[in-house]
Design a protein around this ligand. Structure first.
Ligand code: PLP
Ligand code: TYF
Length: 394
């Protein structure tokens, strides 16, 4: 049997991580995988997470299974964090999932169960995992224009023109904030136009929210998601706690389904439960419990919000420093977009030869499409990167 297996495509981001590990040069710079790193290059366990885990170690009396959908207290806490009352609680179905990836996977399967004809519209570009899971599930995808390669901002006119191709029942996958891989985002006026378009077409939004708190703040980063959920009759949301709680390996995510009323919501809830059972039965609980404790305990929450805010502001400062340095060295404003982008990533728009040159000659690792993880920089490496980009002739 095993010899009938065929080779599978590699994950380019994982491949880059491997190359970085194998590079023995001092001063190499890792701007690859989307994991937050502080100025010392460390991905810290957040203080509130450590404290919640300490309390949990003392208080937890069983490791028996939690329900198929996970802990209802986790659902409530996350619905409040993401939606903040934008819709009534009874309109929202929820299932804990292994990470945001698990939530995306379950959402795609639900779409397929509900409507095998549905196509999923994806931004060009999007997170490669979206495409690989959709392909694996044999769900038809249609890409919509998103990134303007010249301005490195959103090609909003192109996006809206491509969304004109939507048919009733199609799904549009949108990044709630901090678009991965580009860093370019819609403003709220544009989001409203997208909502109007989806409603006019009878299409369903699916929002991937993996970086709440990494862009403009916890509420601002969820504003688009709240607008969509409150304005469309049906919305799917795949949220991840990996980044904003720094609990990557605990696999902590949630799938939300927002319906027009409680009776529709009950059916969605039943199907979430079914999907969890088919795929892994009970979702992981440790990360979800820690997140719930943090969100519901005022002292832990304050500690978490403060550290998250520090993290966010640190990344913004690096963006401003990099944009300033590039302006100084290139004598042009064409890199101003670096300070406009939000979240961990920016797509610089460098040609692939420049990306290779930076890696081979300067030991600077970025994803092949010239996406950098801003958090991989620090005050000292920003000028090194800026100089290398300008020297590469970009
Ligand atoms: N969606 C996007 C756009 C992401 O960048 C990520 C990544 O890290 C995820 C979802 C889900 O991550 P995880 O499964 O680690 O929660
Ligand atoms: O885009 C990134 O770098 C993060 C982390 O298969 C990641 O989202 C990368 C690849 C992958 C899963 C997560």
């Amino acid at each position: 049997m095993f010899d009938k297996l065929t080779k599978q495509p590699v994950d380019k981001i994982m491949q880059l991580m491997q190359m970085y590990r194998e590079d023995s040069r001092d001063g190499k710079i890792d701007l690859g995988v989307g994991v937050y790193k502080n100025a010392q290059g460390v991905t810290p366990v957040m203080k509130a997470v450590k404290e919640a885990e300490r309390q949990l170690l003392e208080s937890q009396e069983t490791k028996a299974y939690v329900g198929l959908l996970g802990d209802p207290a986790y659902h409530d806490a996350m619905i409040d964090l993401v939606l903040a009352g934008a819709v009534a609680r009874e309109q929202v179905a929820a299932a804990a999932t292994p990470g945001g990836t698990g939530a995306c996977r379950q959402a795609f399967e639900l779409i397929q169960m509900a409507n095998p004809e549905a196509r999923v519209f994806v931004s060009n570009p999007t997170w490669p995992n979206h495409l690989s899971i959709l392909k694996y599930l044999e769900i038809e995808t249609v890409s919509y224009r998103y990134f303007d390669e010249d301005t490195r901002a959103v090609d909003f006119a192109g996006m809206m023109a491509d969304l004109d191709g939507l048919k009733a029942g199609d799904v549009v996958l949108l990044h709630g904030c901090c678009h991965n891989p580009t860093g370019a985002n819609l403003n709220l006026t544009e989001w409203q136009q997208v909502v109007d378009k989806l409603n006019a077409k009878g299409a369903v939004p699916m929002i991937d929210l993996a970086y709440q708190g990494f862009g403009d703040g916890l509420d601002d980063d969820a504003a688009a998601t709240r607008l969509v959920a409150a304005s469309c009759p049906e919305t799917l949301i795949a949220a991840s706690c990996s980044k904003n709680f720094g609990v990557y390996r605990e696999r902590t995510g949630i799938l939300l389904g927002v319906s027009a009323d409680a009776s529709k919501s009950a059916l969605v809830q039943e199907n979430f439960s079914f999907l969890n059972r088919q795929n892994y039965s009970f979702p992981p609980d440790h990360g979800a419990r820690v997140v719930t404790m943090i969100l519901t305990d005022p002292a832990l929450r304050k500690m978490w919000e403060e550290e998250l805010e520090e993290t966010r502001l640190g990344m913004l400062k690096l963006r401003e420093q990099l944009a300033g340095e590039l302006q100084r060295l290139s004598g042009s404003d064409r890199f101003g977009f670096v300070a406009q982008h939000r979240g961990m990533f920016s797509r610089l728009g460098l040609p692939s030869e420049a990306v290779d040159k930076l890696r081979e000659e300067n030991g600077i690792y970025m994803v092949g499409d010239s996406r950098i993880n801003v958090a991989g920089l620090n005050e000292k490496t920003v000028p090194v990167l800026a100089r290398a980009i300008v020297d590469a002739g970009s």
